[in-house]
Design a protein around this ligand. Structure first.
Ligand code: PLP
Length: 348
């Protein structure tokens, strides 16, 4: 589905959704993406320092008084309002042009222009300032593309507002129109603008709809693994970890895994399973601590045994969606919560 788009923009905000920015950017460059999107100016500057020369969009609002940095680094800023544009133009003193993409709010209600007259004035201001700005694109964001059923109506409402606001502008073909995130690109292919898609979840291979919509042929690229650092057998009636919330009822082999909530493995995941190298599941017993957690082993396993907290072993799999379901949240939050302390490694 995604292949229909003319340009693929890899969304790598928030440390590439917790996957690790340098690793993902390197892989995305090798896969010949057409550009990157981040949330903040700092993230954009980081990418330039890393050596990225492709277009980089900043999806959040950058303070207008940072216009010179945006222009010098050639980072494409979202224009969220006519006021912002006027302030940015006033602040701009460098020779480079300021690259911009107009943000249109069709119902996400977050950032962007909602008003027809303001939108027209913004376009006219940009066209009058061709020597100072590089008017690259105009975009919007869907609020419900990853939902099912009644949300289709809201999706269509946003689409209708887009056409009502943008079609009369009669923009030159050089201005890229972009609408779709992963969910819209994967599930609403027939109606989206195909100039460019902005893809995060779909690139990382987790289900943006958390199982609500029909599965797509994507593979999760992230696994979280750790080696057992300590293994022991304790007698029946022994308590494990803070608060003594878990007490053994029989002699039990216990493994210590050096991952905790400071790594982004939430404390509320007490009771979740991990996978052993033979694909067997082992439960997390007792409280997850800041840096370590405990698992009940079916038998003795050696120190150094690889434990899979997220990922696949044989036919068994623990996904970001599984953990998100346990935590009553979405896989995005679990992934972006994985802390920088965890070493990232690209495998095969
Ligand atoms: C985060 C974000 C995306 C990427 O969304 P996915 O669901 O991960 O594909 C696209 N566009 C905007 C404006 C975003 O904020």
């Amino acid at each position: 589905e995604l292949a229909h788009a003319e340009r693929f923009m890899a969304v790598v905000k928030a440390n590439a959704y917790g996957h690790g920015l340098p690793e993902i950017v390197t892989a995305a460059l090798a896969a010949q993406v057409d550009g990157f999107a981040v949330a903040t100016l700092d993230e954009g500057v980081w990418l330039r320092h890393f050596g990225v020369t492709l277009p980089i969009y900043i999806l959040g609002v950058t303070p207008a008084n940072q216009a010179n940095i945006l222009a010098e680094q050639q980072l494409t800023a979202i224009v969220p309002s006519l006021n912002w544009l006027n302030e940015a133009l006033a602040a701009l003193t460098v020779a480079q042009k300021l690259p911009v993409s107009i943000g249109v709010d069709t119902g996400m209600g977050r950032i962007g222009i909602r008003d027809e007259a303001e939108l027209l004035a913004t376009v006219q201001t940009l066209q009058a300032a061709v020597d100072k700005v590089d008017f690259q694109a105009i975009g919007m964001h869907f609020a419900t593309a990853d939902g099912a059923g009644t949300d289709q109506a809201y999706f269509e409402k946003q689409m209708a507002r887009w056409h009502a606001l943008v079609d009369p502008l009669d923009l030159p073909a050089t201005v890229i129109k972009h609408q779709a995130n992963s969910a819209s690109a994967l599930w609403h292919d027939q109606v989206i603008a195909h100039d460019m898609v902005r893809v995060g979840a779909g690139m990382y291979g987790f289900d943006a709809s958390s199982g609500v919509l029909e599965a797509r042929a994507t593979q999760p690229v992230l696994s979280l693994k750790a080696e057992l650092v300590h293994v022991k057998q304790v007698a029946a009636g022994e308590s494990i970890s803070y608060g003594a919330t878990y007490t053994t009822t029989e002699p039990t082999w216990i493994g210590t895994v050096p991952v905790g909530y400071a790594d982004g493995y939430a404390r509320l995941l007490q009771g979740a399973d991990v996978l052993l190298p033979d694909g067997q599941r082992a439960p997390i017993i007792g409280r997850v601590t800041m840096d370590q957690l405990l698992i009940a082993l079916p038998t003795e396993y050696p120190v150094g045994t690889v434990i899979t907290l997220i990922g696949r072993v044989g036919q068994e799999e623990i996904t970001l969606v599984d953990l998100a379901d346990r935590l009553a949240t979405i896989p995005y939050e679990v992934a972006t919560g994985l802390s920088p302390r965890l070493p990232r490694r690209i495998v095969n």
